[in-house]
Design a binder for this molecule. Structure first.
Ligand SMILES: [Zn+2]
Length: 78
């Protein structure tokens, strides 16, 4: 059985299915709960930020993920 590990929470992802149970952002593999947290974290941050622009969106995702890798979880600001 194939097992990958989430780069953020380090949990094993059994039978990883790209775009379904494992997600790749830049070179970082993340599990589904971490991806949900990442999207929430982005949502909180971009609320007041207009207009939408992919360059800062990518930058922001990467920054949140790198923080997450260091802390072992995605930090959800509220
Ligand atoms: Zn994870």
């Amino acid at each position: 059985m194939e097992v990958n590990y989430c780069d953020v929470c380090k949990k094993p992802i059994e039978n990883p299915m790209p775009t379904r149970s494992i997600f790749r952002v830049a070179d970082i593999d993340i599990c589904e709960p971490c991806k949900d947290d990442l999207e929430l974290a982005i949502k909180y941050t971009v609320r007041g930020k207009q207009p939408f622009d992919y360059s800062w969106y990518d930058e922001l995702s990467l920054k949140i993920l790198k923080d997450g890798i260091q802390k072992g979880r995605i930090n959800l600001k509220r």
